[in-house]
Design a binder for this molecule. Structure first.
Ligand SMILES: N[C@@H](CCC(=O)N[C@@H](CS)C(=O)NCC(=O)O)C(=O)O
Length: 289
């Protein structure tokens, strides 16, 4: 992997199917910016992954994707990167920040709820619950790899709970209390989004914003992990209409669908076999209560 810290323009280090990478690619597409792609295969998807190599750790010391490098300077954390992209390019493409200060604050609150913030416990927010709903897929990917080699390689993960979380996933499924917490958090978030959209706007805050970018990636992931019925079955009609609307934007195909990656797709098929997730009814019950 070459290091692009010195390069001019925008370089994105990303894994095609990672939630946070999808968010950043959506922002780049909405802004109509050109950027250079450095795909990073994650070690919890394939053992020969790149995110724990010394070269990548020099770019992102936490070993996470995505990293956006702009004119040689790295920017971390998807929600920070999305905001950075919008601020650095105020005249390009879609304006992703509401002009109204009240809506700006509401956008920030939605983004906190939607962010995969590693300083929080899993399950306390939508952004930290969705990865746990994806854990069976990660577990499948990890279990394709030689156990000891995976444990050895993951000793290098700089973030303590990721180092041990990923290793524990090889030994047992997600504990049922944590899984239930994440289902509840997801159900409550969907209930809130349904009532937010019921006020009549096309998007979460009326006009399209950074919050819609984050939600689009989360909804895509819900579909991936066999929970798509939540977004389509009419019990949450405003969400269903919203989901069709964000999918119809050209950014959705360019930033998400066009980046489908065979290892991840194979794992989804192997885990769910085309059937609904066992979490579906429990989440739906909370969301439509
Ligand atoms: N706070 C970071 C979290 C990024 C993150 O957790 N990325 C995941 C993929 S969505 C990752 O790099 N996982 C690999 C690992 O932890 O080894 C962000 O929002 O960008």
């Amino acid at each position: 992997m070459s290091i692009a810290m010195h390069e001019a323009g925008i370089t994105l280090y990303h894994y095609p199917e990672s939630l946070c990478s999808q968010m950043v690619r959506l922002a780049l597409e909405e802004k109509g910016l050109s950027w250079k792609s450095h795909p990073i295969m994650l070690n919890d998807v394939v053992l020969e992954g790149d995110n724990l190599t010394p070269e990548y750790l020099a770019i992102n010391p936490k070993g996470f994707v995505p990293t956006l490098v702009h004119n040689g300077k790295p920017v971390y954390d998807s929600w920070v990167i999305i905001d950075y992209i919008d601020r650095a390019n105020p005249e390009s493409g879609t304006q992703l920040t509401p002009k109204d200060p009240f809506n700006r604050e509401r956008m920030k609150a939605l983004m906190v709820e939607a962010s995969l913030d590693e300083s929080k416990f899993f399950g306390v927010s939508l952004g930290t619950a969705i990865p746990i709903l994806s854990a069976p897929v990660i577990r499948y990917c990890i279990k394709q790899q030689p156990f000891l080699q995976f444990w050895w390689k993951y000793r290098k993960h700089p973030v303590f709970h990721r180092r041990w979380g990923a290793r524990l996933v090889t030994l047992m499924p997600v504990p049922s209390l944590l899984a239930a917490k994440c289902e509840r958090t997801t159900g409550l978030a969907l209930r809130n989004i349904e009532s937010l959209l019921a006020s009549g706007g096309d998007y979460l805050l009326g006009e399209y914003s950074q919050a819609d970018i984050m939600m689009t990636a989360h909804f895509h992931r819900l579909e991936d992990v066999a929970l798509g019925a939540l977004l389509a079955d009419g019990q949450l009609p405003n969400i269903a209409a919203y989901w069709r609307r964000v999918q119809a934007r050209s950014s959705y195909s360019k930033a998400i669908v066009d980046w489908h990656e065979p290892n991840w797709r194979k794992a989804l098929q192997a885990v769910f076999k085309g059937e609904a997730s066992p979490s579906l009814d429990r989440i739906r019950k909370i969301a439509v209560a």
